[in-house]
Write a protein that binds this ligand. Structure first.
Ligand SMILES: [Mn+2]
Length: 388
């Protein structure tokens, strides 16, 4: 794809930056698919030997820390550096401090940002979601001891940067997103997307359904996002799943919407979705309950066919996630969010997104931190992830 984080950088200048930040990028591997070898391997070699420059870590010998050998095991996967050995603020700001690359070549999973928020109906700001989620993701470690998942020794994962968007033309942005995701998934790579407002899920699902056919949907949100139009427009962040139904992108009997709540425009706000066959689980039916039993039913509903996870951070209560554009009181807890995502383990997940993080409304950064953790949990339940 053409719209990625580092496109446009001068190779040599970028390499100077990478060498200075080599600990974050060079801990494990530089195969043919890594950013390092793809861009400028001769410079890499000179950088390693240039007096006064920081060496790229390939075999651990340049690290003086006794844990260096652990960093440099012979894994063929991309393993984020551990903060036991590499300080968290070190390195270019990538998702989970993973290597970045410009395409999905060699990848099983790609983190990708879609910094679009011109579909927002209330507070803007989700265009900065991907950057802040990446920044806060430095706190997330490599293993998931709660579930036993070991994603980075199971799947090849990298951050492929951001999709180009047109902030002045929402329809054109949808076209750009659709075309970018067609390329991302063409070779079988699973996208995990940082939004952006919820508009982006519509063109993503256009691309996904092109490849997989109509998909099941696990949708966590305060809102059903099945409005028909607003201000005369059919595309904004309140309509993506209506548009998906219009175009046959969803297997409607395999759609569940969880966490729905709030005031409505009409007295029967859930009629449309239920008429399509959606299961709509209101937030009040989740209050003070474990959602483990619900997810057992959801797994039966989804079966073995392809499923997409779309997680709007406003599904969670604004006490935990205030950094969002259309907050609604009395939402889900972070623990319930974990139960939902962990409950997707075993499903045939073909993609997922975490949308509507608008960092400016949360000076603590906790909303983006929550988003980063939920994306890690999505990674941990993807097909092929080994559990220990
Ligand atoms: Mn939404």
């Amino acid at each position: 794809m053409e719209a990625l984080q580092f496109s446009g950088c001068k190779g040599r200048l970028l390499w100077a930056a990478l060498c200075q930040n080599s600990f974050a990028f060079g801990t494990r591997r530089f195969s043919g698919t890594s950013l390092a070898s793809r861009l400028c391997s001769p410079w890499l070699r000179s950088c390693k030997t240039k007096p006064g420059s920081l060496p790229i870590i390939q075999d651990g010998s340049c690290l003086k820390h006794p844990g260096a050998k652990r960093l440099a095991s012979n894994s063929s996967f991309n393993i984020p550096p551990s903060a036991e050995f590499v300080a968290r603020p070190v390195g270019v700001c990538s998702m989970f401090r993973l290597p970045t690359q410009r395409s999905t070549e060699g990848l099983d999973v790609a983190f990708v940002g879609v910094p679009l928020d011109t579909g927002t109906s209330n507070r803007p700001g989700a265009r900065f979601g991907p950057r802040h989620i990446r920044a806060e993701s430095a706190m997330v470690r490599a293993f998931n001891p709660s579930t036993g998942a070991d994603p980075y020794h199971s799947l090849m994962v990298a951050d492929i940067g951001d999709v180009h968007v047109n902030l002045y033309d929402l329809k054109d942005s949808c076209r750009q997103i659709r075309e970018a995701f067609r390329k991302i998934i063409a070779g079988g790579c699973i996208p995990l997307t940082m939004g952006g407002d919820h508009t982006i899920t519509y063109p993503i699902l256009q691309a996904i359904a092109d490849k997989h056919g109509p998909v099941g949907l696990v949708h966590v949100d305060a809102h059903t996002d099945t409005g028909d139009q607003a201000l005369g427009e059919k595309i904004y962040h309140g309509t993506p799943f209506r548009r998906c139904v219009d175009e046959g992108l969803l297997d409607c009997k395999r759609v569940v919407q969880i966490g729905i709540r709030g005031s409505s425009y009409s007295s029967s706000p859930y009629k449309y979705g239920r008429d399509q066959g959606f299961r709509i689980v209101l937030a009040e039916d989740c209050w003070m309950k474990s959602l483990v039993p619900l997810m057992a039913e959801v797994r039966k509903q989804m079966g073995e066919k392809p499923v997409y996870i779309s997680f709007d951070i406003d599904g969670i209560d604004p006490a935990y996630a205030p950094g969002t554009g259309t907050p609604e009181i009395a939402g889900l807890t972070p623990a319930q969010a974990l139960e939902i995502i962990r409950g997707c383990q075993g499903l045939n997940i073909v993609g997922g997104d975490l949308v509507e993080v608008a960092p400016v409304y949360d000076a603590s950064g906790n909303t983006a931190l929550l988003g980063a953790n939920l994306l890690f949990e999505m990674l941990c339940v993807l097909p092929g992830v080994k559990t220990i």
